[in-house]
Design a protein. Structure first.
Length: 78
């Protein structure tokens, strides 16, 4: 009877420690997942910002060239 009781206690302790280890592992990986998703959203927002900045620069580059040598400073003869 005592042997059965002690074995039940050991089984309960082992189950409790296994459950504790599993809970700690789940919390650890959940934190890693949350940090990864947050980082992904930040990178996506940064990518959008850079794409918009690149598009603005490309629009500026595509504007027609205006000849600025027609001013009074430049000699047309030389």
């Amino acid at each position: 009877m005592i042997t059965l009781l002690t074995s039940c206690i050991f089984i309960f302790i082992e189950q409790f420690s296994i459950v504790t280890i599993l809970i700690i592992s789940v919390i650890f990986f959940l934190v890693l997942l949350i940090v990864g998703v947050r980082k992904s959203y930040k990178l996506q927002a940064e990518n959008e910002r850079l794409m918009n900045a690149t598009n603005d620069l490309l629009k500026e580059d595509n504007e027609e060239y205006q000849d600025f040598t027609d001013g009074h400073i430049y000699n047309k003869n030389s």
